[in-house]
Structures are given as structure tokens and as C-alpha cells.
Design a protein around this ligand. Sequence first.
Ligand code: ADP
Length: 495
Amino acid sequence: MDTLRGRLTALYATALALTLGLFAVILYISVRRSTYIELDRRIESEADLTAGILSGVYHAGGLVVQGEGQRGGGGLSLANELSASLAAVPDYLIITSARDSVLFLSADAREHTFAEVNQLLTIVTAAGGERREGTVAIQPSGPRLRYIVRRITDAGPDIGAVLAGAPSESVEVSLDRLLQTFVVVLPLGILLAWVVGSWIATRAVAPVNRIIDEAREITDGQSLHRRLPVPFGRDEMARLAETLNQMMSRLERSFAALRRFTAEASHELKTPLTVLRAGVERAITTAGLPLEALPPLEESLSEISRMTELVDALLTLARADEGEVPLHREPVDLKALVDDAKETGELLAEQAGVSMKAETPAEPVVIAVDGTRIRQLLLNLLTNAVKYTPPGGRVRLWMERENGRVKLGVSDTGIGIAPGDLPHIFDRFWRADSARTRTGERPGVGLGLAICKWIAEAHGGSIEVQSRPGRGTTFTVTLPATAPGAAPSPHPAAS
Ligand code: ADP
């Protein structure tokens, strides 16, 4: 239920289940009511029919009762012809005399014991002269009856009342069947609602998912020029895409302003830094400088160098973001470039007490690259390798060709990088805690790898890192053998 789609499906299914449930309850109640009304009408018409027959025969002068006994009382029974014609009336039919003794019992009523019939007679007696209807359960094991008692006044002095009744079981059975149908149909309905709801929800949130996917691709400052496609129409999705697009336009403007500011600020800082450096250098070499003035001046010089490095790196990245750093690609022998970087690396390694070796192919590898930038990249990696490898460690610079690509690598046996730090290693101004806390020992500003990444990607390549804390680090730069848009190499590299 974590997704909007899941919640919509659940809501839809719940709403439909409630609607179906309510519908089932209302249907059940109204079917039950109308079935009972129907049953009541049936027994009422049976009672009316019986009363009509009796009074018809009486008024026609026919025989209504027969047998011996006092007038209006015991010992009498209904005349045979009448009994025969009333036998056609279904259900329960009891005709009583004026003294509430039984004159006639229908076939259904005759199946009951004397005591059970007596129970029905007490209802007739209790009704007195009234018309009465209700439900009674024949004791001990008879059915539940819906009944109606009707006094008969125009069929002669011997006739008392008629009780017509019908078991309510038939009604209950059909209602039970209705309930069973609900038990089967309701879960099926809810299942169907879930499937349909899920389909509707998937269709409803599909545009949102598309917007999420597309917005996710515009994650860095470089892709802010891209815009989301606005769906046709004026619905919420179109407005959402438009709003996001407007937000990205504002972000793009802010990013551009920030980049311009960084580039301009770095550029403006370059001149005063050069002047400062020249001033401090001149002061250091001034004859007769008191000895105690030397350490602060040297410290200032090293800070000025650090700031110059920082400003240069900032300027490079800010201009690269603006797309203002053109790559001067030309066919370059990478082997020669690596050998050259190796020499600088050896000097650095020697100072740090680290051993250094290079492994390059025997023959030249010529591809179209910006030689100065690739050299900068290699030196950044070599400087780091030496910087983060304690004395006695080893640094290896290597190069190989693989599947139409060239791989340049710098491996060391240094302090390594914690797995949690690896995803941040190419972020700007990011430095591992181990590097920060020992800044004096390992100076840096945290922009070197960001520049390496930019150089590799600007050449259509990539840079990867593998590292184990305490065991060492390997940076691998992969470049396409012929960089995109590159001038064809006059000396195709030997494979
Ligand atoms: P810095 O100026 O701090 O060296 P980088 O961008 O070159 O900045 O490197 C960022 C961080 O990556 C460093 O501060 C350091 O923590 C880590 N790092 C880079 N290279 C290595 C390496 N060869 N071994 C261990 N850590 C490294």
C-alpha cells in the first residue's frame, strides 16, 4: 500500500465492496418483506375464498354442517360436499364451529397431533370475534406458520371462524438461497473490483510514473536544460509537468548565475593572488631579511599556492559547467603521455618515500584527445596515489587496450577509501575524514577528482574507483579509442 496505485486500488475496491454490501442488505430486506407480504396475501385469499364458499352454500340453502350435536357446537362436522370442495385449498385450513370446536381440517392440518391442532384452536379462541394474523411455531416440532383467523358471520349459526395458514419455511428457503448467492457473488464482485480498480489506478498513475522517470533523469546541474513533455490537454498531469518545467527553468537560471559568479570570482582572484605571490617571493629573497621573518613568509607562500590551486580548479569546473572549456583534441600518443607523467610521478614518489613503476604497451597508442587535459588527469591521480600512500608503499601507473578502448590506471597500496565514502569520491569539495583531519600532512581542496571525472567524461569516457581500506586504491579511466568527434588518427594505434 506504499504506492498511490495501491491506495487507489484499495479505495476503489473498498468503495465497491461497501456499495455491493449495502445493495445486498437492501435487496435482502426488500425481498424478504415482499415475500412475506405475498404469503400473507395468499393465506388471506384462502380464508376469504373459504368464507365465500361457506356463505354461498348457506345462502343457497345448501347443507353446511352435518352430524349430530347441539346447534353451533360439538359433534358436528362440515358437510361432505363442502369438505370435498375445500380439499382443493392448499396449506392449512381449519374451520371451527361457533363454539370453537373443529368442523374441518385440511390435509396438512390433519397430519398434526391432537395437541398440535389444539394449539391452533387456542389461537382461534383467543382471536374472539376479531380478525387476527401472525406467526406461530407449532410445538413441539411442527413448522412455523404464518396464519390469519377470520370470523365468519354470514354462513349460518353453526360456523364460527376459519384459520388459514402456510409454513413460512418455503419463504425462508428462498431467502436462504438468496443469502447463499450473495456469499458467492460478493467475494467475486470484490475480486473483480480489485482487478478493475488496479487497472484503472495503473492507467491513472501511468502519466505520474512517466513524469517521475523523466524528472529522475534530470538529476544534475548539467541536464537542467531538458524539459518534461507536457501531456496534451489541461488536466492535472499537464499542470504538474508545466509546474515542474517552470521550476526547472528557475533552477537552470539560478545554476547559471551561480556558475557565472564562481567563474567571475575565481577569475577576479587570480590577479591579486599572482601579485601576492610575487610580493612574498620577493620578500623572501630580500637581502638582510631577519631569520624569524622567514617561517611566516614561507607559510604564506604555501597558503597562496593552495589558494591559487583552488581558484584554478574552481575556474576550470565553473567554465566546464558553462561549456566554455574547449577540448583541443588532436592525435596524441598516449604511451608517450603516460611515460611523461611517470617521470613527474617518480619525482613525487621519491620525495614521499614511495616506489613507483609504469606498465605501458611497447608500441604507441595514438588517439584523438586533449593531451594537456589527459596529462592533468594522470597527474591528479598520481598526486593522490602518492599523497594517500604511506612511505614504503607502491604506486603503479598502467595502460592497456581492450575492446576498442584504452584504459589508463593508477593503483596504490595506500590507506584506501571506506566503502561508504566511495559514492562521494568524485563530488566537489568532498574529502574523506582521514584526509581532512590530517590536512597538514595531506593538503588538498577536494576538487582534483571532480576535475578528473569531467576530463574523462568530456572525452566520452568514464572513471571508476575500486578500493579497500588499508589495502589500496585503483582508479581506472576508460577512453574510447577514437573519441567522439575526434579527428581521425593519422597513426592508428596498434592493437
Ligand atoms: P584532495 O585534494 O582532497 O586530494 P580529491 O578530489 O583529489 O581531493 O580527492 C578527494 C578525496 O578522495 C580525498 O580527500 C581522499 O579522501 C580521497 N582519495 C582520493 N584519491 C585517493 C587515494 N589514492 N587513496 C585514498 N583516498 C583517496
